[in-house]
Write a protein that binds this ligand. Sequence first.
Ligand SMILES: NC(=O)c1ccc[n+]([C@@H]2O[C@H](COP(=O)([O-])OP(=O)(O)OC[C@H]3O[C@@H](n4cnc5c(N)ncnc54)[C@H](OP(=O)(O)O)[C@@H]3O)[C@@H](O)[C@H]2O)c1
Length: 262
Amino acid sequence: MALPTTTRLGFIGTGTITEAIVTGILSGEQPASEIVVSPRSAATAARLAALSDSVLVARDNQHVVDAADVIFLAIRPNVTEEVVRALRFREGQQVVSLVATVDHETLRDWIDAPVDLVRAVPLPFVAWHGGVTVIFPPDPTVEALFTALGTAVPCNSIEEFDLLATSSALMGSYFGMLDHVVGWLQGKGVPAESARAYIAPLFASLSTVALNTPSRSLEALRHEYSTKGGLNEQMFSEFRSRGGTEALTGALESVLERVRSR
Ligand SMILES: NC(=O)c1ccc[n+]([C@@H]2O[C@H](COP(=O)([O-])OP(=O)(O)OC[C@H]3O[C@@H](n4cnc5c(N)ncnc54)[C@H](OP(=O)(O)O)[C@@H]3O)[C@@H](O)[C@H]2O)c1
């Protein structure tokens, strides 16, 4: 289902994730709806407004709410209560909160009207339509929007939403792991650029295999890509026995605890 072209989108908070979403929408196949962004981060707002006539920079946050049908809360958690409590919403408006650490109940308490409230975790890849976005509760408008920017993943429970959001916090670790391997190679004498030029496509190809063969379990792929008694088998076995998998589980549990503690 595509979004009606008349849907007006508003963004409270014009930072990194708003820039990614708006950039993705404007470069998509769907005709751009009217997009209203809040004026703080003036440079980002001006950059987005320069991309298309359909992007307007609002006078203030209330102007965004007044001018839009779907309002994205894209501000940091520490200012969310103050910002949201100061706004006057209309009954039936759609509010999409991207604030990872504020739950539905708390948001409903802060929002002064009965609105359709959805939470979503878009990732920066939405800018080039490669984002995978978890949504709760499922909602056709929000799903259509994020489907146009990659893949929308509607969750059937808040537990599922929290768990998938937790796993999305592995992005930094992914680059951290690549960086660690590149650093190790560099320490052994391989130039950093050559190390990165080798490792990055290798990991990209592995992700492509995992993505393109959903019928094969990841364990089966691990075996398929590890010759019996070979180097890959040794690497994972060492990684596991030296506490690698345990450390990963511990980090996931720790982040999940934080996600659930709001
Ligand atoms: N970045 C991601 O990949 C990502 C992904 C999913 C969810 N999120 C969530 O989305 C939210 C925004 O993240 P971000 O990375 O885009 O943060 P960010 O780059 O720091 O952007 C936050 C924006 O909020 C603005 N702001 C601060 N106080 C405001 C106020 N009173 N009224 C209106 N705008 C105000 C900031 O303006 P100034 O610069 O002028 O202070 C800035 O434009 C966070 O809750 C984050 O957890 C982020």
